[in-house]
Design a protein around this ligand. Structure first.
Ligand code: F6R
Length: 618
């Protein structure tokens, strides 16, 4: 959450930082600010409440070739001009930006205030500015004062500061898991950013070839016109090898679509195909996971699988649980990482924990993974962001390879996760002798159809537009599903509420009669997932119970199901498909419905209020 961009070079810094912030806006958009070191060496500050574009509105851009910018997702203090970063010290010698939480800020703030420091914002971040200021007032150099500040604060975060004056100098550090800092340099210029897309100008340079360095926790970078230097918080030099990143990881482009979310929904056939690439041998009809870190012996000895994640990734984990039980032949559980991390679960070297996350940076997921590691469990992550915290902590990473996802609502990475969970379940079942050859071949054959079937669902959006118009005035939606479709009902309800702000709840369909059925009347719309699978008849009964109480029902059915279609108000269809593909297919109409309802309500689809793409606070 929050995005940081810094630039040191010969070009005008404002447009480079402004563009970088726009590319990082998915991380937060409550306020934005840029500090430029002007021709006289003074700090020129511009801030705005709301989105990054607001910085450009006055057309008054300070000149200078060094600067630091920030886009904020508010944690401490509401979105306001005073709370917007960068924060400067009283003499305007330094400007500081921050991503994360200073856990001991109250204690630090009290001490600094007692010492005469005047605070202008309600943020935790401002203590960082005063700590650097305090160090410099005591005669330390900017770098020394910055390192001292880094040693004094507690919590997971990324912090950066720029120094006024002729000698261009930016320091940035990373503490804990919450805030990444990535660094690139080329042609006498250097940039830092919270994420790769911010560094696009340097990563496109011929002399750079997409080389970047990621700070590890406890590391700091000093960026000057002479280049970059890595240090620890004691000032000792660190050698860091840059790593290559692909253009795909960096590019951010709507490709003609109105929203990133729609583009990413449309990319799902490729995302699913890409998740299977080099992991499925369609000739031998076997799954092979070269990135899976456990030996055959270790796989044979596993006695339990726990799948964890947050939000959409939790829903993927809940689907994965069904797949691992059914095809992997292992006891499996799924749990929210934010709950799991605070329990004291029994974990042994025979426990496999699968941590799912688009960003690989979600604080709760990363903390849960660390706990598993400390307890000696085996740890695999399914994540989209290579080099993320999750991939560093895990014994091995099964990357989604879905390409960068910008829309705050996860879509293509959800389907990529479900694909990999299918592969993982089949792989475990094959390796442990739980699946016979015929069954695993049948499952692999099914997977081969997934990109085509998803493509069919996306071929014509008119049906989703039409139903969105039909249901747009509805105030309450209840999503129902059973078995593997219960988490898909949760995902459908999450998509709708997060981008349209319409109230939606999800229930396992069998739970209806234990309470939620009291809600049913003509105003409540029930979205029922009733594809032709092993629980179809049971869901039909639940649908009939709703209809018997005058509820309106929009059902997701398998093509050709005229009987149930006649009993409900409206139907959306998925193509006939093998059971393990059904959750991938039932998801798509729900994403499209949510998208079109949000569009009709004129919501900010890609950047819904109060949200951010990676949740690096606890
Ligand atoms: C919902 C959504 C969030 C994320 C959640 C976890 O559309 O995107 O619920 O799924 O914040 O994020 P990751 O997957 O990055 O751990």
């Amino acid at each position: 959450m929050c995005g940081i961009v810094g630039y040191v070079g010969e070009q005008e810094a404002w447009p480079i930082i402004f563009e970088g912030l726009r590319r990082l806006e998915y991380r937060g958009y409550d306020s934005a600010g840029i500090a430029i070191i002007g021709p006289q060496g003074d700090i020129q500050l511009r801030k705005t409440v709301g989105k990054v574009n607001g910085l450009d509105e006055s057309g008054d851009h300070p000149l200078g070739s060094v600067g630091l910018g920030h886009t904020r997702w508010a944690t401490h203090g509401r979105p306001s001009y005073a709370n917007a970063h960068p924060h400067t010290d009283c003499e305007q010698r330094i400007a500081v930006v921050h991503n994360g939480i200073v856990e001991n800020y109250l204690e630090l703030k009290r001490r600094l205030a007692d010492a005469g420091h005047v605070f202008e914002s309600e943020t935790d971040s401002e203590v960082l500015t005063h700590l650097v200021e305090e160090g410099m007032d005591r005669g330390l150099s900017f770098q020394e004062a910055f390192r001292r500040m880094g040693r004094m604060v507690k919590g997971s975060q990324a912090i950066s500061a720029v120094l006024q004056g002729d000698g261009a100098e930016i320091c940035a550090l990373r503490l804990g898991h919450a805030g990444g800092i990535v660094v690139a340099q080329a042609d006498g210029q250097a940039m830092i950013g919270s994420d790769l897309p911010a560094l696009l100008p340097l990563l496109q340079s011929e002399s750079n070839m997409g080389q970047v360095s990621f700070l590890d926790t406890g590391e700091m970078v000093v960026v000057t016109r002479d280049g970059v230097e890595y240090q620890d918080l004691e000032g000792n030099h660190i050698d860091k090898q840059p790593r290559m990143v692909s253009q795909e990881e960096v590019q951010v482009d709507k490709a003609g679509y109105r929203h990133f979310m729609l583009k990413e929904i449309m990319e799902q056939p490729q995302a699913v195909a890409s998740a299977m690439r080099e992991r499925v041998n369609f000739e031998t009809r076997r799954v092979d996971l070269p990135d899976f870190p456990l030996s055959s012996q270790e796989i044979a000895e596993l006695d339990r699988v726990i799948l964890i994640g947050c939000g959409t990734s939790l829903h993927a984990a809940q689907v994965g649980r069904h797949l691992v039980e059914r095809y992997g032949g292992l006891p499996a559980e799924a749990e929210s990482a934010s709950e799991f991390r605070y329990r004291d679960p029994y974990i042994s070297p025979r426990t496999l924990v699968v941590a799912i996350g688009q960003s690989g940076e979600t604080a709760d997921t990363v903390a849960a993974m660390q706990m598993v590691k400390d307890k000696g469990g085996r740890l695999v992550t399914i994540c989209n962001a290579e080099g993320s915290q999750a991939s560093r902590i895990a014994d091995g990473s099964l990357y989604m390879r879905a390409g960068i996802e910008i829309g705050v609502a996860s879509t293509k990475t959800f389907l990529a996760s479900l694909t990999i969970l299918n592969l993982l379940a089949i792989f475990l079942g094959q390796s442990r002798g739980f699946l016979d050859t015929a069954k695993s071949q049948e499952l692999v054959d099914g997977l081969a159809q997934a990109p085509r079937l998803i493509g069919e669902l996306l071929a014509d959006s008119a049906v989703y537009q039409h139903l969105a118009q039909e249901y747009v005035g509805t105030d309450y939606f209840l999503f129902l599903g059973r078995g593997v479709n219960a988490p898909i009902a949760s995902e459908g309800s999450l998509k709708l509420k997060e981008i349209s702000y319409v109230h939606a709840e999800a229930y396992p369909a069998g739970e209806m009669k234990h309470g939620p059925i009291a809600l049913i009347d003509n105003d409540m719309v029930t979205v029922a997932l009733a594809p032709k699978d092993s629980l179809y008849e049971k869901v039909v009964n639940n649908v009939r119970e709703v209809k018997a109480r005058d509820g309106r029902v929009l059902a997701v059915l398998t093509e050709g199901d005229t009987q149930l279609a006649a009993a409900v108000d409206h139907a959306l269809y998925i193509p006939e498909a093998p059971e393990h593909l059904i959750p991938l297919l039932t998801t798509v109409p729900l994403q499209m419905l949510a998208y079109h309802i949000a569009l009709l309500l004129d919501r900010d689809v890609d950047q819904p209020r109060n949200l951010a793409k990676s949740v690096t606070v606890e």
